[in-house]
Design a protein around this ligand. Sequence first.
Ligand code: 3EB
Length: 343
Amino acid sequence: MSVAHITPPTPLFSPGNAPFSIAFAQAEQIQALDKEKIITTIHFNALEQPAPEDPEAFNIVLPSLSAPNYSEVWIARDKLVSGQHGDIKFRKNNEILFGKICLDESQFDSLEDCSKHAYSSVLNFINKKEFPHLVRIWNYFPEINGSLDSVERYQSFCIGRYSAYQNVTEFERTLPAATAIGSYGKGFIIYFIATTKAGVQVENPRQISAYHYPEKYSPKSPSFARATLKHWPSVTHFFISGTASIVGHETLHEENVLIQLEETLNNIDALVTTVRDTHQQPIHDITNLSLMKVYIRHPEHYKIIREALSQRMGKNVSIIYLQGDICREKLLLEIEAFAEFPH
Ligand code: 3EB
């Protein structure tokens, strides 16, 4: 079966003038790359897997809904070195630091403690190193919609993250773009990209900033920006956070996955319009984005989402579809995106 029209493989792939680039690729394509320049390879699997042989690779237990199963590969222009600091494993060169932390929640008193520990580790680590600015972060942990005594697990995660940020002055102005998705493995996994010079935060005019959400969503608000722009000497990277059918702060269209998709695309469109008109970036509309990851709660929605989205996005955007739990129970899908703009 040819799926090229559904999930166009990203052209592989030289970062050119960019410090790094991101693509969706299959195993054979990844094997052909220069290992010293691979920042990381992220595999998505339905079941918990043994740690991959390549030390820079790791698994997230999120079933891939589209075939073939693509991995996400990050490639640097310049060679990297690896290191470890406490629980954080990292790869870096002169321009970027990629870090990840995988924790066993059962070693902590609560998910809140685990989240606080992870974020405190990340924030302490990056502040001491040459890469003090977080521009993008991903968070995956199991049972995101599960309930604890008085709060939901997603809220517990938010409270822990918020506590860690209390040591950072004016932390809301430093928040990265983010994704937080319920995965099906045991681990609590965070990975991030940090830089020597700060990115630019972009908020969504259709949505209240997540860090200003009312308390009913979480006693301590979610600490992330809707998107970030990272200007490099020769290109700009645009990271769009996990985006869903939320307008203002309310979840909309609980009953209809296709209308949630449309509202989500309206939200992404508003971010694209903002960077085009306010930040003068060379992007016309959402069909000029490079990559999208679509997280779908119910696998039976995959086909109709794929059909509608591939029609809407055209052939230039590489899209992968993963099964994952969205942090609010009524949300049926969430989409994150990435683009690169030449100067
Ligand atoms: C939302 O807009 C949807 O807590 O880090 C999206 C991206 C969402 C990141 C996070 C949550 C997070 O509120 C949920």
